[in-house]
Design a binder for this molecule. Structure first.
Ligand code: UDP
Length: 468
């Protein structure tokens, strides 16, 4: 494979961390010939079925290697999902090293790119003569926040959630402490200390590739560039999303056939990402809220759990439909469809009968919605989703955010009111229009605009270094 530039990519476990980094690889090999990417994938227990199905259809210039899985029993009980992912990567480091050694004995590696939660693997870059890059699959605002952690940690005493004034990051919408990402809410936790340490080390990589685009986050991207001070380069190359959702199952067909029978822009799509879950009490309120709103809906339902990220790294076996309030399916037969656990989200969002998306505000879901110009209702659950919700609702004004009561429940009346407002109200029209504009900007960034140019600069740099 002479004249080929070889890149190794380290994903982290879990579908939502695999897709963006592989889609980035696809963009790279699509636009720049003579690149070859090998993606090394750690996993916890066995890799999720969704990941396996997704990897079946890769272009020939991308290979993947599943590492021997880490056993769940090897991890401490009850740790935060992000920490589980990261510990899995830590325990996989010997096999990552082995895979890189074997790869570099066959081909020269120009760059090693690691997902945010697989950052430890970047320590091997030097040994194999490769440059090191972070692939940051979240917003520029979250990256800026992470890089500001040492300063915040110094300036603020007590927990961030108790701050009475919002935090003002340069170029970003002000944000109250309660809306900061979950992992930094408990400052005495081990994970917080770990993030703090990592934050200090992030700027010593050769570059940070971010799945966002200039027109969506101009302020945060400029602030990052100032922070990098010409030493660390930032590469906003997004929005990078799946082109089609995986698997053509009967359930997927059912969703699309049902959507085909609905009027244009009439359906609210309701989904909490690849693993978000609600309590039984909250499911009851959501069901009643949908019913009360009188709007059409397509709801991807999971079995209840009291932990919002319960299904993130798990395969579900229970039929979630049995947890719906009695008679709900019959009463809403004319208006709605409930599907179990999974829908072909990308196709759903691109369907012309979908007019809104009630989302947990995972970054991939947000980007997919932006690419299709679908306005949002923000119902953040865990991780950095509350921060994303603030950006969407208060900053970009392309979403309405649901209010949570003192018991942490979104009540049915609030759900019905906000759904109606998005689907039919004046405010909803403004939100939909701003989302359409953002969709156009995203399309331009990818066509021959900011993101495509940024990716080309990075690819040319790699080609030059590899002697091609
Ligand atoms: N997804 C899907 N169908 C579903 C739920 C999720 O295809 O029923 C996909 C969705 O299109 C997105 C990803 O799973 O690409 C979820 O990523 P996101 O960052 O939104 O949330 P997370 O799963 O990390 O909480």
């Amino acid at each position: 494979m002479a004249n080929t530039t070889h890149i190794a990519i380290i994903a982290s476990p879990g579908f939502a961390h695999l897709v963006p980094i592989i889609e980035f690889s696809k963009q790279l090999v699509k636009h720049h010939q003579n690149f070859h990417v090998t993606c090394i994938i750690p996993s916890l227990d066995s890799p999720p079925e969704s990941s396996k199905a997704y990897l079946k259809a890769l272009p020939s210039f991308i290979d993947f290697i599943f590492l021997p899985p880490i056993n769940k029993e090897q991890l401490p009980q009850g740790v935060y999902v992000g920490q589980q992912i990261q510990l899995t990567v830590s325990l996989s480091l010997p096999s990552i090293h082995e895979a890189l050694k074997s790869l570099s004995s066959k081909v020269p590696l120009t760059a090693l790119v690691a997902d945010l939660l697989a950052f430890q693997a970047l320590e091997f870059a030097k040994e194999f003569g490769a440059l090191s890059y972070f692939y940051f699959p979240l917003s520029a605002m979250i990256l800026l926040l992470l890089l500001h952690m040492p300063k915040l940690d110094e300036e603020v005493s007590g927990e961030y959630k108790d701050l009475t004034e919002p935090i003002k990051l340069q170029g970003c919408v002000p944000i109250f402490g309660v809306d900061l990402p979950d992992p930094i809410q408990n400052r005495s936790s081990e994970y917080y200390q770990h993030l703090l340490k990592r934050s200090k080390g992030m700027l010593i990589t050769d570059g940070i590739i971010i799945n966002t685009f200039l027109e969506m986050e101009p302020g945060a991207i400029r602030a990052l560039e100032e922070l990098g001070n010409g030493k660390t380069r930032f590469y906003p190359v997004g929005p990078i999303t799946q082109k089609r959702s995986i698997e053509e199952t009967d359930e997927s067909d059912k969703c699309l056939r049902w959507l085909g029978k609905q009027p244009p822009c009439s359906v609210l799509y309701v989904s909490f990402g690849s693993g978000g879950t609600l309590s039984q009490h909250q499911i009851n309120h959501l069901a009643s809220g949908l019913e009360l709103s009188g709007e059409r809906f397509l709801w991807v339902l999971r079995a209840p759990s009291n932990s919002a990220s319960a299904a993130y790294l798990e395969t579900e076996n229970e039929d979630p439909l049995k947890f719906l309030p009695s008679g709900f399916l019959e009463r809403t037969e004319e208006k709605g469809l409930v599907v179990a656990s999974w829908a072909p989200q990308v196709q759903v969002l691109s369907h012309n009968s979908v007019g809104g998306f009630l989302s947990h505000c995972g970054w991939n879901s947000i980007l997919e919605s932006v690419q299709e110009g679908v306005p949002l209702i923000a119902w953040p659950l865990f991780a950095e989703q509350k921060t994303n919700a603030v950006m969407l609702a208060d900053g970009l004004k392309v979403a309405l955010r649901l209010k949570v009561n003192e018991d942490d429940i979104v009540e049915k009346e609030e759900i019905a009111k906000v759904i109606k407002c998005l689907m039919e109200g004046e405010e909803g029209k403004g939100i939909a229009e701003r989302m359409r504009n953002l969709k156009d900007s995203a399309a331009n960034a990818l066509k021959d605009g900011s993101s495509t140019q940024t990716l080309s600069q990075l690819a040319s740099h790699w080609e030059y270094l590899s002697g091609n």
